[in-house]
Design a protein around this ligand. Sequence first.
Ligand code: C2E
Ligand code: MG
Ligand code: MG
Ligand code: MG
Length: 286
Amino acid sequence: RAKSGGRARIDVFDGNLRRQAMTTMRTEADLRAALELGQLCLYYQPIVSLRHGGIAGFEALMRWNHPERGLVPPNDFIPLAEESGLIVPMGRWALQEATRQLVAWQLLFPRPTPLFMSVNVSSRQFRDDDLVSVVRDLLNETGIPPSSLKLELTESLLMENPAKCRALMQSIRDMDVRLSIDDFGTGYSSLAYLHSFPVDTLKIDRTFVQAVSTGEGNAAIVHVISTLATILNMDAVAEGVETEQEAEYLRDIMCQYAQGYHFARPAPAETVERLLVAETERALAS
Ligand code: C2E
Ligand code: MG
Ligand code: MG
Ligand code: MG
């Protein structure tokens, strides 16, 4: 009896494994098809200047328009894309798409300081030899001011291979393209190291920003990171700002930029474009 019980367990186990492997395979094939069939799309979330309240730039956020599952958020497919290596062509597509969108908006909505576009780059994509030439080609093709393109890197990437990472970052910075550290404060990067990387912007993780309203955790961390950015001659962007109370705190501590539902949710290009039109009309009226 014990024997048959064990046998049954093994069968269940095998069955689960097999099903899991098949689901993975299906999704991976789906994901590959998604890229080829144009099912991936970008949402854009405005990043506002806390000084004048206007839109200064955007973060491009990937979505998968799945024929059956609907709009799939990145957390449900980016990990698989990273594992399978598909993130390299997917990320290249995002970079191209976001930059082309930026050209259009810079032409339609000219500013003394041009609108900027911030694009997430996974560590696998960053380590890919092609990244520098992909970016260089895009700059040549579109003619955007290189400083209006920002790449968002993760904090953990800095520590994986600091010397190689620093050299890669420098070759991007040499083109005058900007570099941000995403979700800053959640990883393990050493403060002593930070200044040795050519970083332009620290994006303060939303858990610290939300501590301002919830009282959980230490809201002063936002102040510390924002001040650190100033001292190191970097910009700070507060992520995940959801309330006016948080926005007010950020203005008080002189944080430069904010991003969050309080200002605008990530949205398709047409929706964001309407915001830009409305903003331009307000500026003309005043
Ligand atoms: P992230 O780069 O930190 O992006 C910010 C996330 O916070 C976005 O989630 C955005 O929708 C969300 N968010 C913005 N404002 C608020 C707010 O006020 N409250 C809350 N609760 N959330 C807010 P999303 O779009 O689901 O993206 C999740 C993550 O997926 C991103 O985090 C990024 O790590 C990754 N990702 C998205 N697009 C790409 C891409 O093109 N390439 C790569 N490699 N990763 C991407
Ligand atoms: Mg990001
Ligand atoms: Mg972030
Ligand atoms: Mg995040």
